[in-house]
Design a protein around this ligand. Sequence first.
Ligand SMILES: NC(=O)c1ccc[n+]([C@@H]2O[C@H](COP(=O)([O-])OP(=O)(O)OC[C@H]3O[C@@H](n4cnc5c(N)ncnc54)[C@H](OP(=O)(O)O)[C@@H]3O)[C@@H](O)[C@H]2O)c1
Length: 285
Amino acid sequence: MPQTVLITGCSAGGIGHELAKVYFAKGVRVFATARRLESMNELASLGIETFALDVNKAESIEAVKQKITEINGGRLDILFNNAGKAYSLPNSDYDMNQVSELFNTNVVSIIAMCKAFTPLLIASGHGKIVNMSSILSFLPLPFAAAYCATKAALNAYGDSLRVELKPFNIDVITIMAGIIKSNIFNNADYKLPENSAYAGMRAYFDNKEHFAVEKQAMPADVFARSVVARTLKSSPPKTLWAGAFTTPAWIVSTFLPSWLLAKILGLGAGLPTFAKQLRADKKQA
Ligand SMILES: NC(=O)c1ccc[n+]([C@@H]2O[C@H](COP(=O)([O-])OP(=O)(O)OC[C@H]3O[C@@H](n4cnc5c(N)ncnc54)[C@H](OP(=O)(O)O)[C@@H]3O)[C@@H](O)[C@H]2O)c1
């Protein structure tokens, strides 16, 4: 019987879409899910089974769980929690509804998915949970504080869950993803409000390249090939690094003192120049 994987957030243009194709090419039975079925038309045309799933809706999770239970004899080998979103603004400009949705999508929904699918993973004999974290879980990037916090929470969640699921022979793998080409930057909200305390940095926020670093991002298919092979190992790593900038991110976070790392990231965002401008404005006033 082939192995099975359920992947969340498989819309075209994103990482989940490529993960589905690579698992399928390796002979794994793939249950690809996304909020909109039509965003997975290409996957369906390849023969991949597609299901509508909004990870923030309990009834949607339950419906997919029932379906997979029915069609796969109550078992699942790999639960790949990929769905997620970004949000990048100064904390003082946050829309708290967006922040709640961010935490629901990037953290709470993953807890709900793991809860729902643990019985199926136990039944498989050697289940695996793969959670999509980020190098931003440990890099103090300004204007991404809430996103960074969701990914750091996911790291801690995975570390604890790994211990408690050990008796059931379920591996928990945290992916420390670098920068990958996808729709995440286009889907995120960066619009600085008119009255922002950071209005003097508008040019920075209007330049999406600061966030997208598109040119250096790893293509999603290359990322997927690197990740899938390692999750299929009989003894997969607890933490799996993949994507552009993972090596420099590891080096600076391991060897630089935290104050220097914070200084470099602040400099990258132009914060010292902004602070200088604020001081000059204050003097003039
Ligand atoms: N790209 C990067 O550089 C990078 C780096 C580190 C980590 N990551 C992580 O990688 C994962 C995939 O992101 P991506 O880069 O591929 O971004 P993406 O292209 O925006 O894809 C995100 C996927 O998550 C789905 N999603 C969002 N909210 C959902 C919900 N409530 N229910 C179900 N699906 C939902 C999106 O569906 P819709 O199409 O319906 O919106 C989409 O399929 C995320 O967890 C992200 O944080 C990405």
